[in-house]
Design a protein around this ligand. Structure first.
Ligand SMILES: [Ca+2]
Length: 539
């Protein structure tokens, strides 16, 4: 049950190191019970992955010259530091413990990256670390673990799609007031919260001096935002990144040393103080999903292993034959599975048409008129939006049901005589002029099968009972005094003089009276005797 909602989020590029796989499984298992925004449980909701990415920094301890550094321990100012836990770093050392390259930050072990201390100069407050994920991901969270130093003080977490333009994801400052003074961002007090899906906050929560080592920084980019449960397009865009950059801008120092360090060049200060100030990162974990629009379970480098009947490099479209509904990105609450078109197994592809959907012309796979799938290239002499009917000249045998029909439609005996219809099955619906179960003869009044042309003989005008038999015309019988000629039309209607009516021109038209040899007389509307005519008298 829990796995279902989890399936959209994938494991990106899991390291092959056993240590990482243990971390991975540890974060996978609680997924079923965790529904919280607490940063400690970020990794529970989204699988952690260690990146096989490329990481770089512009400064490293012991590069180019070996140097001695000491761990920061609490002490009383003015008194000598007892047991100063010092060590040597040398980027070119043969001893692994003396080398602290930036690759240690993503190696999945306890080896760490370390920067030169500010004993070497003030410029070592400003160090940039860039992580190239090698493809665009939707980053859900980033967890950074410090090693033998406090966490960075002031710094900016940035993201980029192209490696050229970077946008801030989050600001971190030693104090809330520095959020405003350095980054011009109103500080978030306490544990980070997010008002909207794209809010870039500034927090001092993770820049505290304690713990002096092994501190962690949890940055959530999805959890805690309004669109977290049902990813909005804004949040999808906001979390998309190929490059992640840490712009470190100020090492966290003991308050007791703040005055000394800010007033003087670090190179003029006793190295006992300055060699304790450097950055260290043991581990950077990035969790997220590949850009498969929530339609892939696994997330190899490329392409996405699409599910939910989606296809395309990024699962960004429905697969052929699955266009009953328009494509949508998958979300946690809805898989938005692409729906198969109902082509009655007569077509392999279809397309979505909104008009067809609006008019409810398309049957879905459940036989309900819902969706806009239109089948393409119906096979086996079938036709129609759902391949539910047949092409002209073919009919569906009575024993074959539309929904299960896998038998070829049968050809009518006379091609093009039969118009396909499914009601009733097995019966051709014949074109005009044709008749019979298979439209294999001419209809009454038509002759010369298979042409079936209309017969000329008019039944009202002839004594025939079959229009296709030779015509024997009826006499016109026109009234001599009422008609213009002796001939009549094919229906036996004579041509009457003015004021005369009737097929045989033997009575007066309406408005005339007195049928005589010289015709009918028009009724005078002023004649008041008109109303005395017996009603039975026809005018
Ligand atoms: Ca490490």
């Amino acid at each position: 049950f829990c796995q279902v909602s989890f399936l959209h989020y994938k494991q990106l590029r899991v390291s092959i190191l056993p240590a990482n796989l243990i971390i991975l499984s540890a974060t996978y298992l609680p997924a079923c019970t965790v529904n919280t925004d607490h940063p400690d449980q970020l990794s529970a909701r989204y699988p952690t992955f260690y990146l096989n990415a490329v990481i770089s920094s512009n400064a490293t301890c012991g590069d180019p010259e070996p140097e001695v550094y000491c761990k920061l321990v609490e002490h009383v100012p003015g008194r000598p530091i007892k047991n100063p836990h010092c060590a040597r770093c040398d980027a070119n050392s043969v001893l692994p413990q003396e080398r602290h390259p930036i690759t240690n930050a993503i190696d999945g072990t306890n080896h760490w990256w370390q920067s030169p201390s500010i004993k070497n100069g003030r410029q070592f407050h400003w160090i940039t670390i860039t992580l190239d994920l090698k493809q665009i991901f939707q980053v859900a969270y980033i967890i950074i673990k410090a090693a033998n130093s406090p966490r960075p003080g002031n710094w900016i977490l940035e993201r980029s799609l192209d490696g050229l333009t970077f946008d801030p994801w989050q600001y971190y400052a030693i104090t809330d007031s520095e959020c405003l003074s350095r980054y011009n961002v109103t500080p978030k007090l306490g544990p980070p919260t997010y008002k909207n899906d794209t809010e870039v906050i500034c927090t001092s929560y993770y820049s505290r001096i304690n713990p002096l080592e092994d501190g962690e920084i949890h940055t959530s980019l999805i959890n805690g935002r309004p669109g977290a449960d049902d990813l909005t397009s804004e949040l999808l865009n906001f979390t998309s990144a190929r490059y992640i950059r840490l712009k470190l801008q100020r090492i966290r120092t003991l308050n007791a040393d703040l005055m000394t360090l800010s007033a003087r060049d670090p190179r003029d200060i006793d190295p006992i103080v300055t060699r304790r100030y450097y950055y260290s990162i043991k581990d950077i974990s990035v969790g997220g999903m590949c850009i498969c629009y929530g339609h892939a379970q696994s997330c190899p480098l490329d392409p996405c292993l699409c599910e939910h009947n989606t296809c395309g490099e990024s699962c960004n479209q429905c697969c052929p034959g699955y266009h009953q509904q328009p494509w949508q990105p998958g979300t946690i609450s809805a898989g938005n599975t692409c729906e198969k078109c109902n082509c009655h197994n007569k077509a392999t592809d279809c397309f979505y048409n909104q008009t067809v959907a609006d008019l409810r012309l398309s049957l879905n796979i459940q036989g309900v008129r819902q969706g806009g799938g239109v089948c393409i290239a119906c096979q086996q002499n079938t036709a129609g939006i759902n391949c539910e009917t047949c092409t002209d000249g073919y009919y569906r045998p009575a024993e074959v049901h539309t929904s299960t029909a896998n038998i070829q439609r049968q050809r009518a005996l006379t091609e093009h005589a039969c118009v396909c219809s499914d009601v009733p099955a097995g019966q051709c619906v014949c074109k005009t002029g044709f008749a019979g179960l298979r439209c294999d003869r001419c209809a009454f009044g038509y002759r010369d099968f298979p042409q079936c042309v209309r017969c000329e003989c008019s039944l009202p005008g002839s004594i025939n009972t079959d229009p296709c038999s030779p015509c024997i015309c009826k006499a016109c019988g026109c009234n001599q005094s009422g008609s213009l000629t002796e001939s009549c039309d094919e229906m036996g209607r004579c041509q009457c003089e003015e004021g005369i009516a009737g097929d045989k021109c033997n009575r007066c038209s309406r408005g005339y009276y007195g049928f005589l040899s010289n015709g009918c007389t028009v009724i005078s509307l002023t004649s008041d005797w008109l109303i005395h005519f017996p009603p039975s008298m026809h005018l």
